[in-house]
Design a binder for this molecule. Sequence first.
Ligand code: RIB
Length: 313
Amino acid sequence: MQRKIRVLTVSSANMDFVMNVSKVPSAGETLSDPGGYSFIPGGKGANAAVAFRRLGGDSVFCASLGSDANGAALLDIYKAEGIDTRFIRTDPKNPTGLAAIMVEPGGANRIIVFPGSNASLDAKFVESALVQCKPDALFLQFEIPAGTVLAAASAAAARNIPVFVDAGPATPDFPLEKLPPLEVFSPNETETETYTGIDPKNPDLCLKAVMELSKRVRARYYVLKLGGRGCYICDGKYYYCLPPYDMPVVDTTAAGDCFTAGLTLEYLRSGDMVRAGKYANIVGSLSVSVKGAMPSIPTAAAVGRFAAENGIF
Ligand code: RIB
């Protein structure tokens, strides 16, 4: 049997406080809404780490949780998923990260994150995790301090470990120029506009945005996540517009996180970025049809079934 690909995710962990609303309130407005609320495990990093595992990888998660009930509950969940949690630290001073999420009918969401313990994930700790873990790839997002992201990326690059960056959330002052050469740099539409000033609303503008991005960050592949329009992949020479697969949209939370995790894992398994883009589009499409962050992340079996039923690959 083929050895599982080991991916180290150095990123965030949150508890999501999710409110299902029929309308978001305006400033100064109070609304009463029978839509209900729930606490659901989330956080961009944790969503990706769970996706790596459910999609058939060996997933190692390096993160910082608070010394509180949410932290304990999340750690149990990661263990039950089969994630390697040796590099999750407990911050005695700050609470576990919390995301307040409003989901509207149609699946659009608005998210505010209170970073809490995510802000204390430090460079020294992640460098030591990287050295001990010896992963096949490093996966990063921007929901932890920029210095920690840069230190992890540089430590991996110095050891020839490929680095995949999911460039969310949009962080206008992130020093992209300081990142080492990457395998993949993948922003969504909002993030692309934040880093380039270009709204990638058509293929020409996607190409212009990639050209702007390439002035700031060196990557073998730029993969723009275009939500309901699928994704745009560019390697500097060729580009590919890959459409999404049609699914009822219930909640888009975590679709981008598991898209990029799926892309990373399938690219590492196959060495074929176009195949990886199609695979990631299936992962993202399946995710939007289920409510919540972590509950919506599909398994390898679900992706395989969908691909077979729809004649993909
Ligand atoms: O990308 C979705 C995630 O963003 C949520 O789970 C929330 O925790 C925030 O990190």
